[in-house]
Design a protein around this ligand. Sequence first.
Ligand code: ZN
Ligand code: ZN
Length: 72
Amino acid sequence: MTGQSLDVAAADGRVWACPSCDGEREFVQPPCIDGHTDDGGECPEWACADCGTAVSTAAPLAAAALPVRHAA
Ligand SMILES: [Zn+2]
Ligand SMILES: [Zn+2]
């Protein structure tokens, strides 16, 4: 533990579409308790600041990576 506070995590929030809020919400990263950051990596777990729904970065990133096509 290095004294990292919730305030630090909240300052690094990101905005994603929350499936529970049915709209864009700020997601914050709670202190990792699973050891993801032990080797300097990034914890994939985020939680909606509004409703608390937990998401993995894999889900929103996969959605964002989908090609947006316009009907021809
Ligand atoms: Zn983690
Ligand atoms: Zn939400």
